[in-house]
Design a protein. Structure first.
Length: 251
């Protein structure tokens, strides 16, 4: 009888936590979408490099960082925080600071994603005669890196910025690689893993367009393309990791 009562109480607690998790997540997502809408449809017309413009640009990532406390692993929360820093520094003309902020964010992404890769499944698949995910994921993920090395990096004539972009390109590609490899080594059906992998992909698309537009040639509607893919990437990364960790503690 006591066991039955305990199980009932435990079920009620899990149900209450699940409801709180859903409300918390939806609340953050709604705030995030409102912040994104404010960026694309501002009240008035603030000047570039103004404090207000910096706030509008960095607010979405900052909301995910603050809202992710207790909801996301601390590494993901830190990553969103450094994304917001990179956004703010970029507005005020510090390209080096922008790269630095996002580089730290990707280091956080990489460490977290690497910890989730199930190496035992790689060995199991190999024993069963299946192809290793490394075989098809690695070439696909490193194609953008090759293109950047051939077409974008040679166009950067400032040596410190060139070195920074090379390092950042490696980190960005590593985030993409670890996200897809984690998905490939996870049991099906792939749900949250796919959201995170798609988020990493859109992050790369956004930065690729930004780099091409800045160093190679002008891209039509570049600003809208860069920011829509970037904000979509952040949202997918948040949703994927929040869903995965809804039943776990993060501290």
């Amino acid at each position: 009888m006591k066991d039955k009562a305990f199980r009932k109480q435990n079920t009620e607690i899990k149900g209450a936590y699940s409801s709180f998790f859903i409300f918390h997540s939806l609340f953050i997502i709604v705030l995030y979408l409102l912040a994104v809408a404010w960026f694309f449809f501002p009240f008035g017309a603030p000047e570039e490099k103004s404090l207000l413009f910096s706030l509008r640009l960095a607010l979405p990532a900052a909301l995910l960082a603050l809202g992710g406390i207790g909801l996301l692993p601390w590494l993901m929360t830190a990553a969103f925080f450094f994304c917001a820093i990179g956004d703010a520094l970029g507005v005020h003309g510090s390209f080096e600071g922008q790269i630095g902020g996002f580089a730290v964010a990707h280091i956080c992404f990489i460490i977290w994603l690497t910890k989730q890769i199930k190496t035992d499944r790689l060995q199991t698949n190999s024993q069963k005669g299946f192809s290793s995910p490394y075989i098809y994921i690695t070439p696909l993920c490193f194609v953008p890196l090759f293109i950047a090395a051939v077409r974008i990096i040679p166009e950067i004539h400032n040596t410190p910025i060139r070195v920074g972009c090379i390092i950042y390109s490696l980190l960005l590609t590593s985030t993409l690689w670890t996200a897809w490899l984690r998905m490939a080594t996870s049991p099906r059906p792939w749900k949250w893993q796919l959201l995170t992998a798609l988020g990493a992909t859109l992050f790369l698309v956004s930065d690729f367009v930004l780099s091409w537009n800045r160093f190679v040639e002008s891209v039509p509607n570049s600003r809208k393309l860069i920011m829509t893919t970037y904000y979509a990437a952040l949202l997918l990364l948040f949703m994927g990791e929040a869903y995965k960790n809804k039943k776990k503690s993060h501290f």
